[in-house]
Design a protein around this ligand. Structure first.
Ligand SMILES: *Cc1c(COP(=O)(O)O)cnc(C)c1O
Length: 393
């Protein structure tokens, strides 16, 4: 319900229903695949699934750490009373790192400039900063290059001796991992081992080494080390087509029909009339558009589930609406529309949308707009907080 103030509430035109039981299930499944600890990546509003709800659920189900990209996210977790270890990893070097350090949030450091900023802030707040040094082992995104690593290690050790920081972790991020036997994985593993060796030679004693994302967890056991950072797999999409592990989609995106009309053959539909009805048909108007995260590019491919069937989106996706060609189905105003779900009824799943849009499920999830209400289904199973039973594979 959308609260307009006072007594007045209106049902939302579209909602994302997040099944927290699926998040808990996925956490347990993923934890069972490794002897390492699990860091649940809850950046970007937990991939659009709801930040605090997902954070609490995944911790209760066995994740030990939370991962975010900003101090703002990390401090929101602390303000909500979440005391679990948190790593934040994307910062400008001139940020004031004081609030994160004071809140006991671990910080990633990928350059000398960032290290100086963190050490100075630690001095100001009078608390040692817990740091994870980030090596670039082949993604060429964040992280220190092989050339810059020795100086970063040297300065980190100097600041450890001053009591400003402790290097608790050394980490990196994989570039591939979507298919088995990618030779780039071996290169990254070797470069990571080398970075660890240089850190040890420089006097550092990182207790937490981490490299794997979801795909690495499922498909590259050598990348697990002490901690794996799982994002997309928590939310249901299988990270590796060649090694499905039984994850459950957590989000259902649904709306309802707000208007139907019968039109004759030859009727042009939506802007530009890209779609022309081949025969007399019924059109259903669904009040979601690209402002809600329905990519314009799915026109001509995208389908939604109405009246027990998948029906094509007719013509262009507009900002707030799509028109669906439901043929002769007896669809009525008020009928439920599933944009995607767990596929159990034959509705599309998020990976279908990713395929139609030429993107990944991550982008579909994080593109869901602010007008879409979030609703949560609670954890149903009794298996919470059972500790850390693991099946080693
Ligand atoms: C987003 C992110 C992850 C999660 O990746 P998935 O492929 O979604 O599991 C892990 N590590 C880092 C550094 C990230 O930015």
């Amino acid at each position: 319900m959308i609260n307009i103030g006072g007594e007045l509430t209106l049902p939302p035109l579209a909602e994302a229903v997040v099944d927290l039981d699926a998040i808990a299930h996925n956490t347990r499944v993923l934890a069972s695949l490794t002897g390492a600890d699990l860091l649940a990546v809850v950046k970007a509003d937990a991939f659009g699934h709801g930040f605090l709800e997902v954070a609490r659920t995944t911790l209760n189900a066995g994740a030990r750490w939370l991962g975010v990209t900003s101090q703002a996210e990390a401090l929101t977790l602390r303000a909500a009373g979440i005391g679990a270890p948190v790593l934040s990893w994307l910062h400008a070097p001139d940020e004031d790192f004081g609030p994160a350090i004071a809140a006991g949030v671990d910080l990633s450091v990928a350059s000398v400039a960032h290290l100086r900023g963190v050490a100075a802030a630690a001095g100001r707040v009078g608390r040692r900063a817990e740091v994870h040094l980030k090596a670039d082992t082949g993604l060429s995104r964040n992280g220190a290059t092989d050339a810059d690593w020795p100086e970063l290690v040297r300065l980190a050790r100097a600041n450890e001796l001053l009591g400003r920081i402790r290097v608790r972790g050394v980490w990196s991020h994989l570039a591939g991992g979507e298919t088995s036997g990618d030779p780039r994985d071996d290169v990254q593993l070797r470069r990571f081992e080398r970075a660890l060796e240089l850190a040890r030679d420089g006097g550092l004693t990182p207790e937490i080494r981490h490299l794997a994302n979801s795909a690495g967890l499922v498909g590259l056991p050598e990348s697990h080390f002490d901690l794996v950072r799982v994002g997309i797999a928590l939310y249901g999409p299988e990270p590796r087509a060649d090694r499905q592990v039984g994850l459950r989609p957590a989000m259902t995106l649904r709306s309802r029909v707000i208007l139907t009309k019968r039109v004759p053959a030859g009727t042009g539909i939506s802007y530009g009339h890209d779609y022309v009805a081949p025969a007399a048909t019924t059109l259903a108007l669904v009040p979601v558009g690209y402002a809600d995260g329905i990519p314009r590019i799915v026109a001509g491919r995208g389908e939604v589930w109405i009246g027990g069937r998948r029906c094509p989106i007719a013509g262009r996706v507009t900002m707030d609406q799509v028109v669906v060609d439901v043929g002769d189905l007896p669809v009525r105003t008020g009928d439920e529309v599933l944009l995607f779900g767990d596929g159990g009824r034959g509705e599309p799943v998020v990976s279908d949308w990713a395929g139609w849009a030429g993107t990944n499920p991550h982008e579909i999830f994080t593109g869901i707009g602010a007008r879409v209400a979030r609703r949560y289904l609670p954890v149903r199973s009794e298996q919470q907080n059972t500790g850390r039973e693991r099946v080693h594979v």
